[in-house]
Design a protein around this ligand. Sequence first.
Ligand SMILES: Nc1ncnc2c1ncn2[C@@H]1O[C@H](COP(=O)(O)OP(=O)(O)OP(=O)(O)O)[C@@H](O)[C@H]1O
Ligand SMILES: [Mg+2]
Length: 331
Amino acid sequence: MREPKPFWSDVPAPVRREIEALVGSPIRKGTRVFGGYGPSATFRIFLEDGRTVFAKGAGKGSNEVNWRVVPVEESAYRNIDAIRPFSPSYLGSVMADGWHLLLLEDLKDAAAVPPWTDKLAVQAVHDIAQFHLRGMPESGKVDEINVKGFTDNWRTIRYNREESDCFLGLFGEDRTEAEAWLNDSFDILIAAESELMRMDQPWGLIHSDIRSDNLRFRDDKLVLFDWALACRGPLILDVIFFFPSVQGEGGPTAERLLPVYKQAMSDQGVSFPSYAERAAAAATAGFFASRTGKPPIPALPRLRDIQRLQLGPALEWAAKVLSLPKPPPLV
Ligand SMILES: Nc1ncnc2c1ncn2[C@@H]1O[C@H](COP(=O)(O)OP(=O)(O)OP(=O)(O)O)[C@@H](O)[C@H]1O
Ligand SMILES: [Mg+2]
């Protein structure tokens, strides 16, 4: 099952002409590209002169979210200097005939993960730290992180029967054990998640959606794209939210990677209070805990799978950092 993305044949002639004018070559053909978990318009465009470029945005059939975030991503590519060393080059945008596409350097020759290696994961974390350090002075260029859906997931699961049923349903035969684990852990999880947005920790420009489908490695350096959720938020959340996906995809754990991040940051004088780590771990686990067991969303047919992949490691890490009992395994 794949996402309902628009076809290249849906792109009208005037939009193609504008792309041609922008890149300076006639287009030979275009193909849809799948990779993330959403339905945004994503194309590889083959030019007559032999080059390829990548187009990403909204158009025929795009939903409200697609339309809302394209300008956010466009503004990031245009206005934030800090992301340039860590991103595909931005070639310009085309807005015509009900389409809004960003033209980007095609990363087709850059290395994709998984498979993760320890070396690649450490490189990624090191480069995220460099991005955070560079981005701090520019954090005023983006909106503050939307706290909704981040700081009260465990509270919602505790006080809403439907929500707790969705979560407990993920444990199959171990449901009773999971319920006991929850009851032992709620107080600590809820207290920790509620501290996520405290201001007395390092804040700055964050990507907010770092995962293997939004990154590549070029010349062994991290390249990040999909800047649609770029915002100002707690720096540590950006990495702690990323780690469960690495482990879920067979890479190293948060236990291995967080010290790499903290060392790279402290080398430049940025250190984190211990509550920040606990808050981000609790909030990340809560984020996936409150979503994974919900019914599928038709336009996002693979979303629950990737959430499940992240939930296991996220729970494990939260339990470790918060000194909770070990949660039972997911089905
Ligand atoms: N510049 C690029 N070069 C090559 N491939 C890219 C580039 N940008 C994105 N991709 C590929 O296209 C996929 C989708 O792009 P992107 O992550 O920017 O959008 P998205 O909003 O996550 O899209 P989706 O709707 O697929 O979730 C990526 O996962 C990646 O595989
Ligand atoms: Mg993406």
